[in-house]
Ligand binder design. Structure first.
Ligand code: SAH
Length: 252
């Protein structure tokens, strides 16, 4: 498999794409490739192509776009991971794993027991960082889609703006009871809401109830917050036979 790169400006009409910043650095410095090298290039929105390097500098690589290339199939359900912000490397791991598993969007939220504030997220330019992590993970996993990292919100605000669609809160054993994914009606799109290390407060559990958010349990053991999204997506895909488009069933 040729190495894969992400080009925002990929345009099969003009047959041209440009790599900049990390992507150009990865091609020139890390892989030491230059003009004539065969690569794959994807636009982050689902299109992947074979391409050939026409010019290469550490900050800018030009590609000629050739035939469409196969990308990994996407899950049969659109998953938005609504993740209570965690500290730096833990949140990076969540973004990496959710991208690898096929999330379409990641919505960072700040809940009562989050150890990270919206201000700290803004000051640390975390959304830029998380976007870079998502691009790297899409490359590794063969996806042509890079999940969008949505602007961070307080949890209660997200609950009031995201009306409609299936919303599921992952509930730790000490916070309340939850059903399993197999008893949640199959839907084309689902938001999975995962708590911070400190878990949910009683008020948040009540808010889920009044907002019509289904509480789902992943068993009686308490999972680490950064592991919960990975387990939740695997359990969801297995319960709904939704690992890939090809597996979608017409009725549940
Ligand atoms: N401090 C809490 C645990 C929080 S775990 C306590 O002691 O009870 C962090 C988050 O991971 C939870 O809010 C939940 O969203 C998810 N999670 C952890 N274990 C889970 C489980 N067994 N089932 C469903 N979600 C779980």
């Amino acid at each position: 498999v040729p190495p894969r790169f992400h080009a925002r400006d990929l345009d099969p009409e003009t047959g041209h794409a440009t790599l900049t910043n990390e992507e150009a650095g990865h091609l020139t410095r890390v892989l030491r490739l230059g003009p004539g090298a065969d690569v794959d290039v994807f636009d982050g929105h689902g299109r992947m192509f074979h391409a050939v390097v026409t010019s290469a500098r550490p900050g800018r690589v030009e590609l000629r776009v050739l035939a469409p290339a196969p990308a990994a199939s996407e899950p049969a359900v659109r998953v938005t991971l609504v993740m209570s912000a965690l500290k730096a490397d833990k949140m990076d791991a969540v973004i990496r794993d959710a991208t690898m598993m096929g999330a379409q969007a990641i919505q960072p939220v700040v809940s009562t027991r989050s150890e990270v504030s919206l201000l700290a997220i803004a000051k640390g330019r975390r959304v830029d960082r998380w976007t870079r992590v998502a691009v790297a993970s899409a490359k590794q996993s063969g996806r042509a889609i890079v999940p969008s990292i949505e602007p961070p919100l307080p949890l209660d605000e997200w609950l009031s703006v995201s009306i409609g669609g299936t919303r599921v809160a992952l509930v730790e054993p000490t916070a309340g009871t939850g059903v399993s994914f197999s008893s949640v009606p199959r839907a084309p799109a689902v938001s999975l809401i995962v708590g911070p290390e400190g878990g949910w407060t009683p008020d948040e559990m009540r808010a889920f109830d009044t907002e019509g958010v289904t509480g789902v349990s992943l068993g009686p053991r308490t999972l680490r917050a950064e592991a919960a999204p990975l387990v939740a997506m695997a359990a969801l895909f297995e319960a709904w036979s939704a690992w890939a488009w090809g597996e979608v069933r017409s009725e549940r």
